[in-house]
Design a protein around this ligand. Structure first.
Ligand SMILES: C[S@@+](CC[C@H](N)C(=O)[O-])C[C@H]1O[C@@H](n2cnc3c(N)ncnc32)[C@H](O)[C@@H]1O
Length: 317
């Protein structure tokens, strides 16, 4: 049985739009439009119990989940919401023990949620360039109880000479120009590691996708996640009147090896070999190429090509 004590976190729940997150402190009271709630009255009660205000209204004493912390987070910036985090976690297969890189800590919403999943063996390494946002995030992360699993860095990876991490399982990017850090992220991700970027506009998605292909990422997918709330009541269940037209887009990709480096190296090798090759060798190679292409189509062409090649060989010698 989970009993509320002094210092326990509690979500005072009246309805979906009236709910308050607090840490119980026996000397404190809570003044709301539905009356006063004394923290001391919650101590000793089981989570889920209800408490009456001095205006005879009931609130439920709920044990906060990470969803509640994120929905009540102090905003320094725009945040990633649970509807998107749910998909991010599922698509990237986030789990205990993983090492997560995040660029753009913001208010620490995604950071806290993910740290809560990768703990106790995993860790989130998060980077931001704005010290004020970092302080807000630090408080939010602490409030969510996951500080131990998060390391905050005040660093701009765009201009960093050496990447501070390697072999990351997953990377998140939540910046205005995510395409600018794709080469850096690639260096820090393990092969086949997952990347998620949060893009409020389609223009960002386009630029990002181009950068992802250039930097050898595969399984690229862009999505938007809209939740439609249903007001379910006996005999009159329908969609809620409040709808969201647009939130943000998510772009997912995985680090791959297209073999470009190997091809480039082979090309380079061929070029550097070229001067040392004798004209005879070069002519023989050319003849072989002509032969093999022709053989697939027409044998008469093949004979002609071989003759031409032989002539060329004689001339070169
Ligand atoms: C939209 S917020 C991120 C919100 C965050 N995902 C959340 O859920 O709370 C974007 C953040 O990116 C940070 N930022 C901008 N440029 C950056 C850079 N080059 N490196 C790291 N962070 C950067 C901003 O300071 C801001 O805090």
């Amino acid at each position: 049985m989970a009993i509320i004590k002094n210092n326990s976190p509690v979500l005072f729940f009246y309805n979906d739009s009236k709910k308050w997150l607090a840490k119980i402190s026996k000397k404190e009271s809570f003044h709301t439009h539905i009356g006063v709630l004394k923290h001391a009255d919650a101590i000793g009660k089981e989570y889920g119990s209800r408490l009456m205000t001095n205006k005879d209204k009931y609130v439920y004493l709920l044990e906060p989940t990470m969803y509640d912390y994120v929905m009540k987070i102090k905003h320094g910036t725009q945040i990633v919401y649970p509807k998107d985090i749910g998909y991010i976690v599922a698509r990237a297969g986030i789990g205990d023990g993983q090492k997560i890189l995040e660029i753009g800590t913001g208010s620490g919403s995604l950071t806290s949620f993910v740290a809560n999943i990768v703990k106790p063996r995993g860790h989130v390494y998060t980077f931001d360039v704005d010290e004020n946002f970092m302080k807000i995030a630090e408080k939010n992360i602490k409030k969510a109880g996951v500080s131990k699993y998060v390391t905050q860095h005040n660093m701009d990876l765009k201009t960093a000479k050496k990447m501070p991490l390697e072999d990351m399982d997953v990377a998140f990017i939540d910046l205005g120009d995510p395409w600018t850090v794709i080469p850096q992220v690639r260096q820090m991700l393990k092969g086949s590691g997952c990347l998620f970027a949060i893009c409020p506009t389609m223009n960002q998605l386009e630029k990002l996708t181009i950068a992802l292909v250039e930097n050898e990422f595969t399984d690229i997918e862009s999505t938007e996640h809209i939740i439609r709330t249903i007001e379910a009541r006996e005999g009159k269940t329908r969609h809620s009147f409040q709808g969201i037209g647009h939130t943000t887009y998510l772009c997912f990709a995985r680090k791959a090896f297209f073999g470009r480096e190997a091809r480039k190296a082979a090309e380079k090798l061929k070029l550097s070999e070229a001067p040392s090759e004798t004209p005879l060798k070069i002519a023989k190679k050319t003849a072989f190429k002509t032969d093999s292409r022709a053989s697939a189509k027409d044998t008469s062409t093949k004979t002609a090509s071989s003759k031409t090649a032989k002539k060329a060989t004689k001339k070169s010698v």
